[in-house]
Design a protein around this ligand. Structure first.
Ligand code: UDP
Length: 310
């Protein structure tokens, strides 16, 4: 296949590029490097069939030649980033999705949207199945991401229904692994960086809020499986192993052998209290489920952070 991936220099995007190249596809990656970096793609530089273009996906996209697939992964995804880049986040979710869908339509290509568990907001049901409509504050600080992704899902479904585009929607839950930036701001890179530098580990609120973390290799495998499925409604992808943020802080401290203290900081506004994917649909439809447990995934991620911090 010949594929276009937006946001291909980001955390998930760059791992997808690696996997797609490994499988022998041709990959055109576009990224404006707002939160991604060409460093994430150095290993693919100069490889036949790979190209990286610096471009903002909210502007007109001109891609030469045929395309079989468009993967729309461009967006800030860390709460710290999308609160620092609120208008860019809204633009890439809305205008960027429109442009990416327009390319898929013009080329007769299939399309996959990277959506998010944030469409469920601060959920009133746990775990969250795809049929849950969510509990989102439309004007809160997280709304710039949540509503942009909800709009992106709506636009994707409209292009499917009206233009007959062959679309997929992946709802990606918390994912971690190598290539997250040291200053990403999300909980796992923060905790690992703090633990490795013997700084206090910053738990927001009382740490009783929960998350469920998927290792990057499982996520990329799930996305690839969904690309090949003939299914147009959203599919949750994530690891259902749920834990509190305080438990996570202790696990990271133990696995790093750190003597960091754990300190409590104010809980950011609208921080979801619980999050756990119901992955029944992905299991049934894709025969997929996560394989990497938290200890194994954290151990690999910590090893990678050690190499970049030295
Ligand atoms: N969090 C924390 N300390 C940090 C960063 C995040 O306690 O240094 C908490 C945050 O309040 C949230 C959870 O960890 O409850 C996950 O946050 P993250 O930013 O990774 O992503 P989210 O799941 O909220 O999108």
């Amino acid at each position: 296949m010949r594929l276009l991936i937006t946001g291909g220099a980001g955390f998930i995007g760059s791992h997808l590029c690696d996997m797609l190249m490994e499988k022998g596809h041709e990959v055109i990656c576009i990224d404006n490097f707002a939160t991604g970096t060409p460093q994430n793609l150095l290993q693919l530089e100069g490889r036949p069939g790979f190209s990286l273009v610096r471009q903002d996906v909210t502007e007109h996209l001109d891609v030469e030649g045929p395309l079989d697939y468009v993967l729309h992964f461009a967006s800030p995804a860390s709460p710290v980033d999308y609160m620092n880049l609120p208008i860019q986040t809204l633009k890439v979710g809305a205008l960027g999705t429109h442009k990416a869908l327009g390319v898929a339509k013009a080329k007769g290509a299939r399309f996959l949207l990277a959506s998010t568990s944030e469409v469920y907001g601060d959920p009133e049901v746990n775990p969250q199945p795809e049929g849950y409509w969510g509990h989102v504050n439309p004007i809160g600080p997280r709304s710039v991401y949540d509503e942009a992704k909800r709009f992106a899902e709506a636009l994707t479904m409209a292009y499917h229904r009206i233009h007959g585009i062959d679309t997929r929607i992946s709802r990606i839950f918390n994912t971690y692994g190598p290539r997250m930036r040291l200053k990403d701001g999300r909980v796992i890179p923060n905790f690992i960086m703090q633990a490795l530098s013997q700084q206090p580990i910053s738990v927001f609120g009382d740490g009783s809020q929960t998350r469920s973390f998927s290792y990057i290799s499982d996520m990329v495998a799930g996305i690839y499986a969904l690309m090949g499925a003939d299914y147009h409604l959203p599919v949750n992808l994530g690891n259902p192993q749920e834990m509190t943020v305080l438990e996570l802080a202790r696990r990271v401290r133990d696995l790093t052998g750190s003597s960091s203290s754990i300190v409590f900081r104010p809980l950011p506004q609208d921080d979801p209290q619980r999050r756990k994917p119901d992955i029944g649909r992905a299991r049934e439809l894709l025969g997929w489920e996560p394989k990497v447990g938290l200890e194994e995934g954290l151990t690999k991620t910590i090893a990678w952070f050690r190499t970049v911090m030295t």
